[in-house]
Unconditional design. Sequence first.
Length: 733
Amino acid sequence: MNFKMSLDSFKQKKESSTYYCTFSEQKYNALHKVYVMSGATEVANVKKNKDIMLVDDLRGDELWGMHQLIQRNISHSRVDEIVANYLQNSTKAVKFFPSITVVLVPKEGKRPGNRYANSDDNGLNIDGVSISHPGAEDKNKLFNNVPVELKWDKDKISAVVVDGQHRVEALRRFYHGEGSEGESSISVSFVIFENSDDLPVVDATRQLFIDVNNTPKRVSEQKLIFIDDRNLLRRISSRALGALPPGGNSEEDPYQKLHKKGCFSFTSLDYVNKYLVGEDGSDDEDINTIFRSHEGLFPWEITHILTLHDNLIQSILLSDSGVVDGNASLVKVCRIINENILENLLDDALSGWPENLDDLPDFLRNNGLEEGEQEAFIRLTELRLSYLEALNEINESGELKKERDEKIRGLKLQYATKYESLRAFDFSVKSTTNLVGSSLSSVCEIASRVFNSLWFVREIHDTLTNGVEGFGPEDAYKFVVMSKEKYSSWSRNGTAKLKKAREEYVSINDFSEAKSLALKSFIQKLEFQTSGNLLRTLVGQQMLFGYLDTKDRLKDGDLSYLNEHLGELVQPINNLGLAGYFDIKKVVSFTVCGFVLGLSPWEGLIVKNGAMSPGPNNAAKGSKLLNLISHEVKIRSDISRKRVGMSDYNSVIMSYGSRVFEKLNVEMTIDSIWRELINSSCLNYLTENEANNFTSPDFPDAESASYPRLVKKVLGGMYYERVYEEMLPIMNN
């Protein structure tokens, strides 16, 4: 390998220190080479504004754009733990830090670049890096496992830590004074990627970060959403949040445009603005084990990133199960791509399917599928063929039908799990880019359009765009960005971290009393727009997306109907919202058995005793209520004329009835309640047989399970009818 590097050419430039390392070239059957220089550095060189940098030193994603992210936020709790329990611990006989990994990344202004600049001065064809064997006569060659001198031009190259960022930050905090580190050093591996047109440096760095951080402490899902370009589910969520495809034009990044403008603009609503989406700010996977509550949101935030990613996009839009807590399925992905081709594949006889797998790409191409779409169908075909082979073995086993049926049920469950495994969605970067940009763009669009069209989100947009008197648009942007970047992970209590962010912002800007009051007014306006809103909670958003998904499944179930009719489907929701029906304090007056009750229209569904009642089962009940009213199902007999299941109606009225009965039972016995209801129009809510039993003088029987059930069913039917009468005109307005 020939290199021509002149250290003298760096003398007039802003150069790094010289690092003495051992050179190696690594490939391991990969497509491209990686050059690694292993050595050590003084701790002084990892301090802020020195040679080796953390991503935060380069200002982070508010400047770069999400398609250029290399890593996400540092977990300050982990840094505190390293400092307190390790560095400050004077009882240890010895201490050791493993090597950090540093990538030499080209610079484009203040941002990381995707291409090294070419240079005729060296065999690497990389401008800004100097490397040579000390004392060697022929400086045009580099040899594996031989010492080299390394330095770089800091105007052209950034040395960014991709593994060991918490160790570096801990060392910075521990040795915070100038020169306090003495002669302490830390091992380091410098990485340079092969300079190739088809190897974007940022993309390669992101992949390296994922690989080296995958064990033993896995990278958190909310980080992987933005940096894992190979997983389709993560790419869909990142696109819904406005991320460009890998190697995208930085000038088109919406967040760089915002940064340059210095204020919010919501003229383009084809993505959910990430500043309106809550995050926990942790790199650790274990954040996923913590029940995330929307109570930790800032008042301008409309959802949590993992709610969007896990609970809405994966569990509902990409699930083929029809429930609000399903799993993303490769079957649903293929259904969205081409339902007709999918139906042939799901036929156990594989009607019209190529007998030879080698013919499958041509078959799919001739049916109009692009490269990424073909890869999805080929992946599903492989799984289906494996399933059918196992199915054939069971059918030919000679076992009794009962035993065969049991094994077949287990086999179907086993393969449904395979269709839903995370690995089923790992494709080439080219394929995920193709899919997200074509057939699966509808998933991203639906998620973003739902949020951006909700009445309270539009109100938030307006407040952030215009600010308030004395606290204008530029102030609003700076405050929101600072709060998100610094305090997302400060507390799980939204009120507490908002207070901290406000105090900090007032302090660093040295605000006058009038300006401080204007900021307070700005916050109060946002709190008024979001406080008590059920559609800002996890269960409320599951309910909404579950309702919309139900509408789509009544058609083809491939999201095409939902995508085409989304505006008209969301409008009734906005009508209810503007009328206050998603306010947790909203009550519907209901007179029954001589009592006037004030109950939430969501009582027994997603609300219990005036408080949010979380859980997918409750969200499903709320979806059923919206669906029943939208189909104008008022009483039981309406079911036969509508495309709504009787089980949905019974589920809603029984949930209502249990809560109404609980309220009445404080003042009345079950017998007295029954006597008040015996002359009601119970046939509106019960089957004919149930109504006959209910109105029979001999019916009351404390030992009979049907007695309290039918009492609750009638009470629930009556309350549902009352809610229906209030909400239907508003939804249809």
